[in-house]
Design a protein. Structure first.
Lengths: 534, 175, 348
């Protein structure tokens, strides 16, 4: 090689080096911009969804931006992967050359997230929409609202559509169903609702009752109309048109589907809070919640895997104990939060969580039959929870805690819940209560006692919040029992006696007085001796 | 590396040789330019790397309630970065101009001044700089240069006095 | 011209003398690039010094600050990730280049009389480079580098007689402790570079005194000049190689930048623990045999490499085994490559 050509090669190589340095600078600038939040991390839009993203960047920039920050975007899961509809789907419609549906159901998510879908489908969460027959629903539908629409009785200034009837289901729709889930319904041409019960979806989610598809009302663009009483709704037990239960975005909000968010207690707090089940407040009061708030930076919330004892161990959140993987179970996450819960404190009387093959709590009393029904015992569930506890607590500590928790639940059950249930049953049996619920004060008081105060006490003990266990819990249970519930029952008995329904009154009185003569209630009659010094 | 080696150029007699000489020189310059720009760029990046990546972070911090801060009174505020700030109220107009927040850093060469109660003055031990209670120079090098003690920006919001101070400092001698 | 005459008066060295001094005639075979592998590690060494000094501006060698300062370099300082990546890839390429250079010297028999001493200096440089790689990685103070250092120090401890002393000297205590990182740092950033510079100077001086060993290729015609000028001809070749290396380093730094794993946790050892790639050979060897035996054999192999010029001369003169070194070399290369690939392919 001559000297001159060597020089030319050096010039060329120098330029190449310069180019590579310019590339380095370009990367540095991109990095800084991303850090400053000026740019989204680079995502490639899947070809099929290119049109969607182009248009929606202008129309709904929020949706596109959320999606761009998601793992979906990074892995090439675009709009159509979830929203594409089959021509046979009841809620599908043509949209700029594609056939799509608005609602993405757990059946759609399960196409990829198979295990998560299965676990969720068998969980108590998925059954959240089945509350039609419950007392709570009766309260919201009837006592708070009205089962039939009614006419307004005077004008509302500034509102033009005064002929519109008052929707008596409003409280259920904006209240109950936003957590529990609605039964998604399409509007029919005759104004009635078309739900999955009418569509009769098969295993694949496609409607088998095709005749009814003709009746679906469509808007000007051929889009089926979802009834506003049932959608928007991301309740955890939503009953979808394809027959699947629930809504994944209840916890994994769309469109970023952030696992980070689902790991944080605030996420569960959308529903698990308030006077009847203040789990979020209880957690906040507990040492667990205090540690979480302090050590949030060390929780590794952005990690791809989030295994307790491996990826983090600073503090537990709701997800940590009830759902997430940990180092003792091989990091396996469950989407059935009931798998580690050993008591159900939902009903008036707490039951242990022996569940059958359908994941329902077994209420069978015969021990033999009971054993045969058990698919997953409460002890197995408790051991699963202990595996989590033992990441930070020694066995003696964990067992000691469970002793304290069991003791509180049993105290509540035996002193108040079982006796109270017996009294209410007897009142109804003897006809001393009217047929309608919540029309007598004692019904309200009993409801408060178990549904609000009794649960607060039990949940408080379950998650180590002393104030909720005592002042917001057992204290109020006792106050309600001694100053309201029992006096009211005695009053009903007295009234019945005066009305000449002596026999019935005596039957109830016998139950009440037997209970009030028990050792744990006798303090009113015989003040207890002060505890002897030990 | 940017030195251009001499190339043997035969005595220029005709146009052909002249052209070859020019080409040789051109390639030598091109090589030099290539080397200087590329390694120069590398050196410039190294310079940027050594220059501080970001200015020291500052924030508005709460100092005191305006209502509870009497005219003529003062307090010593300690910033998150460790700086001690003398905050005093001089007027009663109720706006931010009532207050002054004096830095304890001498404007001369950056030493820390301290308050001498008996002399009613700030004193800098490095070069005997003296300031009056309002931070104005009295004697020493700051007086000659007309430099007052620097003041921190203040702000009143909702009846509360805020100060803009640095957040990150070195550990102090007491630790 | 004023400046140059002013300078000449004060620095009485003429350009001609300087040229005479540096302009060593270069044998023709150096026109083939693979004979220039000696200059490559030297060039990379300069890169390591430059980037190393840059990194030292922000690096804080203490167990409490080291990880965060590396994080600062990687995440916050402008171009910090680039210089760190160049330093990391520079180390990798430097070790590779040293090994290739040594292989070339070995297979062409360039270590033979009178160049035995330079071969031994070269061996020292190889060891220094490897130790620099080891100590350099340990400074990152991430999980793998922490455990790599711990394991490495304990392997050293199994050397008979001096093992425990060497471990104590390296770690500044029985185990990894508060004062360990500053030791590793000063070894990496002061002692090794100084030793390398001194030995490199000796290495080059000896080459200059003895001249490069010459080779003839059959394709060369008789009667052509057997040498060409170092200056500027060979210098330009070296500049070319330098630029190619810079481009290669920049591309590697951008495509595969140096990462930062989790911070060192003295209480939990990662599931898969591996040293840097250049120690795979030794690591696999250690797994094949019991500790002390493996350490002693490793020492023996290194010693053999050191004195190979004399062994080779003994084999050639006394036994007439002219080709022995080639076969030994092939065997050595194959086993090194084999053990490295083996270690790279399996998790444990």
């Amino acid at each position: 090689m001559t000297l001159e050509s060597k020089r030319r090669v050096i010039f060329f190589l120098g330029m190449l080096f310069l180019t590579s340095l310019i590339f380095v600078q370009w990367m540095e600038v991109t990095r800084k911009r991303q850090e400053a939040g000026l740019d989204d991390a680079h995502v490639s839009v899947p070809a099929a969804s290119k049109g969607c993203v182009d248009c929606h960047t202008d129309n709904t920039p929020g949706i596109v931006s959320h999606w761009k920050g998601s793992t979906h975007a990074k892995k090439g899961v675009g709009c159509l992967e979830c929203h594409a509809a089959d021509p046979a789907d009841a809620d599908g419609y043509p949209h700029y050359g594609k056939h799509i549906a608005t609602i993405v159901s757990p059946m759609d998510c399960s196409k990829c997230h198979v295990t998560e879908g299965k676990e969720f489908a068998t969980s108590h969460h998925a059954k959240g929409g089945r509350i039609l027959a419950s007392l709570d629903n009766y309260l919201a539908e009837v006592v708070e609202g009205a089962r039939v629409p009614f006419n307004p009785h005077s004008k509302t200034l500034g509102r033009s559509h005064e002929s519109e009837k008052v929707n008596g289901g409003a409280s259920v729709e904006s209240g109950c169903k936003q957590c529990h889930g609605s039964q998604v319904a399409l509007v029919a041409t005759d104004g009635s609702l078309i739900t999955m019960a009418d569509l009769k979806p098969g295993e694949d989610g496609k409607p088998t009752n095709t005749a009814i598809l003709q009746k679906i009302q469509k808007d000007g663009k051929g889009k089926p109309v979802l009834h506003s009483s049932t959608w928007p709704n991301t309740g955890i037990g939503r009953i979808n048109l394809d027959g699947s239960l629930g809504s994944c975005s209840a916890c994994h909000s769309r469109h970023d589907f952030s696992p980070r968010r689902a790991r944080q207690p605030e996420n569960c707090g959308k529903c698990h809070l308030g006077p009847d089940h203040p789990q979020e407040e209880i957690y906040n009061e507990s040492k667990h919640g205090v540690a979480y708030r302090d050590l949030r930076d060390k929780m590794n919330l952005d990690s791809r895997t989030w295994v307790l004892g491996k990826d983090y161990s600073a503090a537990p959140t709701c997800a940590t104990c009830h759902m997430s993987g940990h180092s003792r179970n091989g990091g396996k996450v469950t989407h059935d939060p009931g798998e580690r819960i050993s008591w159900t404190n939902r009903p008036p009387i707490s039951q242990v969580m022996d569940t059958d093959k359908n994941h329902a709590v077994i209420l069978e009393t015969d021990p033999e039959k009971r054993r045969a029904l058990i698919a997953d015992s409460w002890e197995a569930k408790r051991n699963r929870m202990k595996d989590v506890c033992s990441h930070c607590h020694a066995p003696d500590y964990v067992n000691g805690f469970y002793q304290q928790y069991d003791d509180l639940v049993r105290l509540y059950n035996e002193k108040f819940a079982k006796p109270g249930t017996a009294i209410m049953t007897e009142l109804k049996k003897q006809g001393l209560l009217t047929k309608a619920d919540f029309d007598e004060e004692v019904e309200w008081d009993w409801y408060y006692l178990w549904h609000h105060e009794g649960r607060r006490a039990r949940h408080g003990a379950s998650m180590m919040a002393p104030d909720y266990t005592h002042w917001h819990g057992m204290f109020e249970v006792a106050e309600r029992w001694y100053t309201k519930f029992i006096p009211q029952v005695r009053e009903i008995v007295d009234h019945a006696k005066k009305d000449g329904r002596d026999e019935k009154a005596k039957a109830v009185e016998q139950v009440v007085e037997e209970i009030m003569n028990r050792a744990e209630h006798r303090w009113q009659k015989e003040p207890p001796k002060p505890p002897e010094p030990k | 590396m940017s030195e251009h080696p001499e190339t043997p150029v035969p005595p220029q007699e005709d146009g052909e040789l002249d052209r070859r000489g020019f080409l040789a020189r051109a390639s030598a310059y091109a090589m030099g330019a290539g080397l200087v720009t590329s390694y120069g760029c590398f050196a410039a990046m190294a310079g940027r790397y050594l220059y501080p990546a970001r200015p020291a972070p500052k924030a508005w911090m709460y100092v005191a309630e305006v209502a509870g801060f009497g005219v003529g009174s003062s307090l010593t505020y300690t910033a998150p970065d460790g700086a001690t700030v003398a905050v005093a109220r001089q007027k009663s107009a109720g706006n931010v101009d009532d207050f002054i927040a004096l830095s304890s850093t001498c404007p001369h060469l950056g030493c820390k001044v301290h308050w001498e109660g008996q002399n009613q003055r700030f004193f800098c031990p490095c070069h005997n700089g003296v300031f009056d209670p309002s931070g104005a120079p009295v004697s020493g090098p700051p007086f000659e240069a007309g430099q007052s003690l620097p003041r921190f920006p203040l702000r009143i919001e909702g009846g509360l006095l805020y100060i803009e101070v640095g957040l990150e400092g070195l550990p102090t001698g007491e630790e | 011209m004023g400046i140059s005459s002013w300078l000449k008066e004060r620095i009485p060295v003429s350009g001609d003398q300087l040229r005479e001094l540096t302009n060593e005639p270069v044998p023709n075979h150096l026109r083939h690039w693979w004979f220039c592998l000696g200059g490559t590690p030297a060039y990379l060494f300069v890169i390591q010094i430059v980037t190393g000094i840059l990194l030292a501006f922000y690096y804080e060698p203490s167990s409490r600050t080291a990880y965060n300062s590396v994080k600062y370099i990687t995440d916050e300082a402008a171009y910090g990730w680039y210089f760190r990546s160049v330093h990391k890839w520079g180390a990798t390429l430097m070790i590779a280049a040293v090994i290739l250079h040594q292989m070339r010297v070995f297979f062409t028999g360039a270590y033979r009389k009178p160049r035995e001493l330079n071969w031994m200096i070269g061996m020292c440089l190889l060891l220094l480079t490897l130790i620099a790689g080891f100590t350099g990685y340990s400074l990152v103070y991430e999980q793998l580098s922490y455990w790599g250092t711990t394991v490495g120090a304990n392997i050293g401890a199994s050397v008979p007689v001096v093992g425990d002393l060497s471990k104590q000297m390296l770690l500044g205590g029985e185990t990894y402790n508060e004062r360990t990182l500053s030791r590793l740092y000063i070894i990496h950033a002061a002692i090794l570079p100084v030793l390398t510079i001194v030995l490199l100077g000796l290495h080059i001086t000896l080459i200059r005194l003895q001249g490069v060993s010459e080779l003839k290729f059959s394709s060369e015609k008789e009667g052509e000049p057997a040498h060409f000028n170092f200056f500027p001809d060979h210098l330009l070749t070296e500049i070319k190689i330098g630029l190619v290396l810079m481009i290669l380093l920049s591309v590697l730094a951008t495509v595969l930048p140096a990462t930062l794993g989790p911070r060192a946790d003295p209480l939990s050892t990662p599931e898969v623990i591996k040293p840097e790639w250049f120690f795979y050979v030794a690591f696999r060897w250690l797994k094949l045999f019991s500790g002390t035996f493996a350490v002693i054999t490793t020492g023996f192999i290194v010693f053999t490499m050191f004195v190979w010029p004399f062994i080779d001369s003994f084999l050639r003169r006394r036994k007439g085994l002219e080709e022995a070194s080639v076969w030994v070399g092939i065997l050595a290369v194959l086993s090194i490559v084999g053990l490295t690939v083996w270690e790279a392919a399996v998790a444990h």
